[in-house]
Design a protein around this ligand. Structure first.
Ligand SMILES: [Zn+2]
Length: 288
């Protein structure tokens, strides 16, 4: 039985817990990086099914325990022990199964332990279900490198990169996202512009820019929650409060939308310079 108590101490677990506790965990997640992918996926699955009053997952309730024991009927590992890659039949069977309502839990969670076993055909079969499957379904993809997944699938998912110690990887661009948010809370237009130009000059990749936008979006979402007096992830509390003071709720919503739009832009083959230029202009427009 995997013991998730150690993983529960990590920065990533705190992020998952904050989202799960407020019912905001994305229905499609990619866990990439070199360690703790399986733990992270199980922890997220528990976050979906846990019925605790406070923080979720609690790792104590019946749902959490069944998940850790690998016997929860609604947490399904999509496997094909007979083949190196998942056969089309296995993926089609999963797709049919997705339309059967969950047994015991609120959600039906499908875990793909190694996306290297999902070939292009498999992913194309999956795509529509991930895109517009029943609302109770969730999909958790584990991949050493998320490039194993097609762009069409990746663009539907939130990617969580894990470092070798189960903490956040270096490349989720959280530090840059924090800088952008700090400059938004306190700085002026010139300081924001020079930060964005600096990013372009540092040859930030498209995927990294997408991660930066996503990270900033999560911080701004927490800022909005702060304005409503809700509790947010402890690591975001300070910056969320600062942003919440600087921007009205309506402005924060526009900022969150804008970051989501630009994150999606990064899924397509657009130039980093063009994206950053467009973003900088729209960002200042919203802050005016
Ligand atoms: Zn629980």
């Amino acid at each position: 039985m995997p013991d998730l108590t150690a993983f529960a101490q990590s920065h990533i677990a705190a992020r998952l817990r904050a989202a799960a506790s407020r019912g905001a965990l994305s229905h499609a997640l990619i866990f990439s990086g070199d360690a703790a992918r399986a733990d992270a996926a199980l922890y997220a699955a528990a976050g979906f099914e846990c019925v605790a009053e406070g923080d979720r997952p609690c790792l104590q309730c019946t749902h959490c325990r069944k998940i850790m024991a690998g016997i929860h009927p609604d947490v399904i590992f999509v496997r094909d022990p007979e083949h190196k890659e998942l056969s089309a039949d296995v993926v089609r069977a999963m797709r049919r199964d997705a339309f059967i309502r969950p047994n015991e839990g609120e959600r039906k969670v499908y875990i793909f332990e190694d996306c290297a076993a999902l070939n292009e055909r498999d992913q194309n079969i999956l795509l529509k279900t991930v895109e517009e499957g029943p609302p109770y379904c969730a999909f958790l993809f584990c991949a050493e490198n998320s490039a194993a997944l097609l762009q069409t699938i990746r663009s539907r998912c939130v990617e969580i990169k894990l470092g070798s110690d189960g903490t956040s990887g270096q490349d989720d661009r959280r530090d840059d996202a924090l800088t952008l948010c700090r400059l938004t809370a306190k700085g002026n237009a010139a300081s924001r512009a020079s930060f964005l130009v600096g990013l372009e000059n540092s040859r930030c990749k498209r995927e990294e820019l997408g991660a930066l936008f996503e990270s900033a979006r999560l911080i701004c979402a927490d800022a909005l929650l702060t304005r409503y007096g809700a509790e947010v992830a402890p690591e975001n509390a300070e910056i969320a409060a600062a942003l919440g003071q600087r921007l009205s709720g309506e402005r924060l919503m526009r900022v969150i939308d804008l970051l989501g739009t630009y994150r999606r832009h990064c899924d397509y083959n657009v130039g980093v310079g063009v994206t950053l230029g467009g973003f900088a202009a729209e960002w200042e427009e919203v802050l005016k």
